[in-house]
Ligand binder design. Structure first.
Ligand SMILES: Cc1cc2nc3c(=O)[nH]c(=O)nc-3n(C[C@H](O)[C@H](O)[C@H](O)COP(=O)(O)O)c2cc1C
Ligand SMILES: [Mn+2]
Length: 498
């Protein structure tokens, strides 16, 4: 059973030898970042800084920093198991026969049971601070990089409501601390929270939850369609509904089990200069205008823990949040584009720079069809480069992919250059928000696509392979590890080798 709140999660990490408590006084201004950066790159543990300088609140960081911890968070052996759960729902057909009907009902029930549950009381409101008692300075908010504009809250779950439908949204948007009772709200142009803000006239109430169970925290970062409540998604993924309580100063519901909740509002026309901040692009993103969030109340547990994460030049801890999304959303991608076998978003490509996609190619021009599908699909539409390979290629094995890009591509014939929307923070395009896209068709081609006869790829025969398997011991040759292996494990090795 996945952890239900941050306390259970920390206890689980500790039991599994995945957490180190740091007793020394450490400065949230830059020093924590350098420690975390080294720890993440070494595949090291989650860190609980018990005495962050200048604050009585402990700071938890690197809770998500390895594939193993990500799997512990979801209670699975491998992240693909989470995808299977989602795939079962997406592939639901009208059931035939009693067994299928019962199974179908069970699946539907698990969706119905995922809806957040309103409860009367929550530990997130053990302490209530209002008015002049509100002071964000009590928390060990990190200043991450030397060129940053100041401290910012790095791991918030920002809860908003669509004024047209009343539908909840939960998103993770960095929040620059401007003073004891205000922050900026950095929701980018393509995000749901931003859309809710644009649809609101005048004042918009907002709640920010800090220190959640790991699945809820992950869900705030997941690229769900706008009409899907991320807390419902979290409830579905962890097999138990998220419990919510009414806010103490606003008309929004907030997680009952959070460590800390900030309640407040944004006045639509109150903007501030936000940034610059070092971000997952590996560069400082320049200052821009974003709304000011005014905090009217802080509620929290008596001995609250403040959660943080560092984003910067990849790989960082957020690599694993991104990899979880890559795996979990594969069935959703396949629902729209069923010829996709697998895909890989390299961590070094900051997730929006490059996608490698394998397909069951069935007709001339098929690779181009899939490129354009990617460029039209949810947040994947921001992908700058798409490489398409045939179904037998392991998209997670970058050397294999490089082999086919070199061997199968005539750049004049197989490269598509087009344009479209790009990530808000991408500094490379001449214009912000839009620019060039590149697609590379590295599949095998045939005369129908204007090539000569395509040659046959070298493969040893099964007979000889079996023979050598049988006789291997006889040869006395030391065993060599296989050159290619499956899935994310390959990328995790690459991640940790850096
Ligand atoms: C650590 C971390 C920090 C993030 N910071 C931001 C941010 O500052 N602004 C933003 O728009 N998205 C940010 N994102 C990405 C969003 O959380 C993600 O796009 C999410 O799907 C947004 O939710 P929404 O689609 O409901 O708006 C961040 C993601 C992570 C993992
Ligand atoms: Mn959303």
């Amino acid at each position: 059973m996945p952890a239900r709140d941050l306390r259970e999660w920390i206890a689980l990490l500790e039991r599994e030898g995945e957490l180190v408590r740091v007793g020394a006084e450490v400065d949230p201004h830059l020093e924590v970042t350098e420690i975390v950066d080294r720890t993440v790159r070494a595949g090291g543990p989650a860190l609980l800084f018990e005495h962050p300088k200048g604050s009585a609140t402990p700071l938890l960081v690197n809770q998500f920093g390895t594939e193993r911890r990500m799997c512990l968070a979801f209670g699975v052996e491998q992240l693909d198991d989470v995808a299977t759960k989602l795939g079962d729902i997406l592939e639901m057909q009208p059931p035939e026969g009693l067994v299928a009907k019962v199974r179908g009902l069970r699946t539907l029930k698990s969706i119905a049971d995922s809806r957040p549950k309103l409860v009367k009381r929550g530990v997130s409101q053990e302490v209530v601070l209002k008015g002049d008692d509100v002071d964000l300075g009590r928390f060990p908010v990190q200043t991450c990089w030397p060129g940053d504009a100041g401290p910012f809250i790095t791991l918030p779950a920002v809860i908003t409501r669509d004024p047209r439908t009343g539908q909840r949204n939960v998103g993770m948007y960095r929040m620059q601390v401007l003073g004891p009772r205000s922050t900026a709200m950095h929701w980018q142009i393509h995000k749901d929270g931003r859309a809710d803000y644009l649809f609101t006239e005048g004042r918009m109430e907002i709640a920010v939850a800090l220190g959640l169970d790991p699945i809820s925290a992950y869900s705030a970062s997941a690229p769900l369609p706008k009409h899907i409540d991320e807390f419902m998604f979290a409830g579905f993924l962890r097999d138990s509904p998220i419990e919510l309580v009414k806010g103490v100063s606003i008309d929004l519901e907030v997680p009952a089990d959070a460590e800390i909740v900030l309640e407040g509002y944004i006045d639509k026309n109150d903007l501030t200069s936000e940034g610059p901040f070092g971000d997952h692009t590996g560069f400082y993103t320049p200052a821009e205008q974003f709304p000011v969030f005014n905090v009217t109340a802080i509620t929290m547990r008596k001995d609250a823990i403040y959660p943080s994460i560092v984003v910067g030049k990849p790989p960082q801890e957020d690599a694993w949040l991104g990899k979880a999304t890559e795996r979990i959303f594969l069935p959703a991608v396949q629902m729209t584009v069923p010829e996709i076998v697998d895909y890989d978003l390299p961590v070094a490509g900051a997730f929006h720079n490059l996608a490698i996609v394998s397909i069951r190619k069935a007709f001339p021009g098929h690779a181009r069809k899939v490129m354009h599908a990617i460029w039209g699909l949810g947040m994947l539409s921001l992908t700058k480069g798409v490489v398409i390979v045939d179904q037998h290629v392991d998209v997670h094995d970058y050397e294999q992919v490089m082999f086919y890009v070199g061997a199968n591509v005539d750049p004049k014939r197989d490269v598509v250059i087009t344009e479209g929307p790009l990530d808000h923070l991408d500094h490379a395009p001449t214009l912000q928000f839009m620019g060039g896209k590149i697609g590379i068709d590295a599949t095998a081609k045939g005369p129908a696509e204007g090539t000569r006869e395509w040659p046959t790829e070298i493969e040893m025969s099964d007979e000889v392979r079996d023979l050598v398997d049988r006789r291997w011991a006889e040869y006395g040759v030391p065993t060599v590890p296989p050159t290619s292996n499956g899935g994310i494990r390959q990328s995790s090795r690459r991640l940790s080798r850096r």
